[in-house]
Design a protein around this ligand. Sequence first.
Ligand code: TYC
Length: 124
Amino acid sequence: MGNNPNVQLVLNQMTHDDNHDTDAGDVGVVLEKAKPQLKKPSFYQVVVLNDDYTPMDFVVEVLEQFFALGIEQATQVMLTIHHQGRAVAGVYPKDIAETKAQQVIDFARHNQHPLLCCVEKKPD
Ligand code: TYC
C-alpha cells in the first residue's frame, strides 16, 4: 500500500458508531479509493482524404479557410494527402472536429467537388 496512490488511508474517528467503550483500541481503516475523478480530455483529428477529381488549389483553400493553415503548410498537407491518401488537417475537441468536417463536406459539395474528410479519435 505504501506507494500505491490508489489506496487511501481513512482514519476511523468513531464519532457516530455505537461501541464507544472500545474507541481507544480502534485503528485506521483502509479503503480502495474510487476511480480518479478527472479524465484527460480526448481530442479528435479531422482527416482529409484524397480523391482523383478535387482540384489541388481547392484543397489548399479548404485547409487555409477551415484549418487556419498558412499557404505553405496548406500546400504541404495537400501534397501529403495527394501522395499518401490522407493527412490530419487539425486536432480539436469532438464537437468542433465534427462541425469542421461537416463544414468542409458542405463547402466541397456546394462547389461540386467530391472531397471527403472524417473524424477520428486521436490516439492517447
Ligand atoms: N488528387 C487530387 C488531384 O490530383 C488532389 C487532391 C489532393 C484531392 C488532396 C483531394 O484531399 C485531396 N487533383
